[in-house]
Design a protein around this ligand. Structure first.
Ligand SMILES: Nc1ncnc2c1ncn2[C@@H]1O[C@H](COP(=O)(O)OP(=O)(O)OP(=O)(O)O)[C@@H](O)[C@H]1O
Ligand SMILES: [Mg+2]
Length: 259
């Protein structure tokens, strides 16, 4: 592993009497791409929100470069499942929200954000409004917005879940391309095991509530990766392995908890 970037130890979260996260500990290296998979309700979003500083833990701590996280900060960018673009702002102005909030929306920030829009494939759409964009394009704006504050850590909660299968695959390759250029530390939550395997250096497999890390699977597949990797037996082996780890938990969360 590279230099440790993010260290989580003894993390516990309770909502009232409900314990949703129980003793999570993990160290993530600088520039590592980590995915989190696990059954619905196992605390993935809660975990990400605690790392983002949007939610307080009930015990344990999250450290970034040895500093304990006490709240949100510009060292972390967040991309949610549903795009939350402001409909009355253009693509560029939406992407500039981060720099604006952190007090740096000057000409330099604007020019850097224009570059980012280019990076995510939105050159020429800077003056469009969200309603004039497809779902995939809106998610690209979201990604550019998270990158605009130049965070060291990118937290992504099912960012492609609302997209159709083809767009989703394109976004996966785009995300890898962008990550290869900047090598941020990424925490990426997904329900798609193949997406997790395709993108990641390691996959954290969460167990059902209270959320814990059941296994950590190292994905030893060569980079750079492209979509043809998904058709190889090595890839399928990882997907089967991880699915085997969570199958029973998923069955339980679908059949028992949802009754
Ligand atoms: N603000 C809150 N108040 C009370 N309970 C909450 C709150 N947020 C989450 N929970 C509970 O914590 C548990 C974990 O929720 P969380 O959203 O983290 O799960 P998840 O793994 O992201 O699920 P999904 O895969 O469906 O998105 C759930 O039982 C949920 O009801
Ligand atoms: Mg969630």
């Amino acid at each position: 592993m590279n230099t440790p970037k993010l260290n989580v130890s003894g993390l516990v979260k309770k909502f009232g009497d409900l314990e949703v996260i129980s003793n999570i500990g993990v160290t993530i290296g600088e520039g590592e791409f980590i995915s989190i998979v696990g059954p619905s309700g196992c605390g993935k979003t809660t975990f990400l929100r605690i790392v983002a500083g949007l939610e307080e833990s009930s015990g344990g701590e999250v450290r970034i470069d040895d500093t304990v996280v006490k709240g949100p900060g510009i060292d972390r960018g967040f991309v949610f499942q549903n795009d939350n673009l402001l409909p009355w702002r253009t693509v560029l102005d939406n992407a500039l929200i981060g720099p604006e909030v952190s007090g740096g929306s000057d000409a330099a920030a604007k020019s850097r954000t224009m570059d980012l829009l280019k990076l995510v494939g939105l050159e020429g759409f800077e003056k469009y409004f969200p309603r004039q964009l497809s779902g995939g394009m809106r998610q690209r704006v979201n990604l550019a917005r998270a990158l605009a504050i130049d965070p060291k850590i990118l937290l992504m909660d099912e960012p492609f879940a609302a997209l159709d299968a083809q767009t989703r695959e394109i976004m996966q390759t785009e995300l890898i391309r962008i990550w290869e250029q900047g090598r941020k530390t990424v925490l990426f939550v997904t329900h798609q095991i193949d997406e997790a395997v395709f993108l990641s250096d390691r996959v954290l497999v969460f167990a059902r509530r209270p959320g814990r890390i059941r296994e950590i699977v190292e994905i030893d597949l060569p980079r750079p990766r492209n979509l043809s990797l998904k058709r190889t037996p090595e890839f399928a082996k990882y997907v089967d392995l991880i699915w085997g780890m969570i199958e029973e938990d998923v069955r339980h969360s679908v059949l028992v908890e949802k009754e």
